[in-house]
Design a binder for this molecule. Structure first.
Ligand code: SF4
Ligand code: SF4
Length: 242
């Protein structure tokens, strides 16, 4: 039984239109209805032209990321009643090219996070030469990244500088440094050591705030800076390696 009807104000845009607009739909919900299910209900019962992306329905795939009331969220795990707002405003991710309605084009994002010449997504099977860090408590795997794009959407630098590599790609680079597993850490460090890379970040950590998977991309960017700074000091003053 529906417990309530909640208005949803949804960003709409189709290819060829000059600008987007918002449509409002009243959606019956119950105590278990998530924002994603509400959007699917709209698509099924009210407007089949509403475009959105989703897959797993349980925060594992990152496919459905979008703005809910102005914040980057995975709508599959946002309960509508928990929002306590009316209307619920739903918009596509920022800083990623818009395709239609709530759908953005992730092509460039995926290419930056896992470039063909520096593959960061690795098989997780044990490799004999794998380096495992001391102390599992101080270690978070980049493989936690579900490539949702929320960090790039929240990053003000990604919003103003399309050449900035962005928090997800930089966090992926740190994973190669942190745990090389046969990759070349210096290659990753060289890639980020410029004004499109880790030095462009302005250290406000919006990316870390919105990451649904605990990757802490802002912290990883600081780790890249720390490692590069150590290398530069060693070069200047001839410090020995730690
Ligand atoms: S900390 Fe850096 S990467 Fe993260 S949102 Fe801020 S500017 Fe972007
Ligand atoms: S770092 Fe976090 S917010 Fe960014 S793409 Fe990966 S999971 Fe999403």
């Amino acid at each position: 039984m529906p417990e309530a009807t909640v208005p949803f104000k949804i960003f709409r845009y189709k290819q060829g239109q000059n600008a987007g607009h918002y449509d409002t739909f009243d959606v019956p919900i119950d105590e278990d209805t998530t924002v994603l299910v509400a959007l699917q209900t709209i698509r099924r019962d009210q407007d089949s032209t509403l475009m959105l992306r989703h897959s797993c329905h349980h925060a594992s795939c990152g496919t459905c990321a979008m703005l809910v009331n102005g914040r980057e969220e995975l709508p599959c795990v946002v309960n509508v009643l928990d929002l306590r707002s009316s209307p619920v405003v739903v918009e596509p991710l920022r800083n990623i090219p818009l395709v239609s309605d709530l759908v953005v084009d992730m092509t460039d994002f995926y290419a930056r996070v896992n470039p063909a010449d520096r593959p960061y997504v690795r098989h997780s099977e044990f490799l004999p030469w794998a380096q495992t860090p001391d102390g599992i408590d101080s270690y978070s795997r980049f493989e936690n990244c579900i490539e949702c794009g929320a960090c790039v959407s929240a990053c003000p630098i990604s919003g103003t500088d399309p050449d900035y590599y962005g928090p997800a790609a930089l966090a992926a680079a740190w994973r190669v440094v942190e745990e090389p597993r046969g990759r070349q850490p210096q290659q990753a460090l060289n890639w980020v050591d410029n004004e499109k890379g880790c030095w462009r970040c302005h250290v406000a950590f919006e990316c870390t705030e919105v990451c649904p998977s605990g990757v802490d991309p802002g912290g990883k960017i600081m780790a890249l800076r720390g490692e590069l700074s150590k290398q530069k000091l060693r070069g200047l003053f001839g410090f020995g390696r730690r």
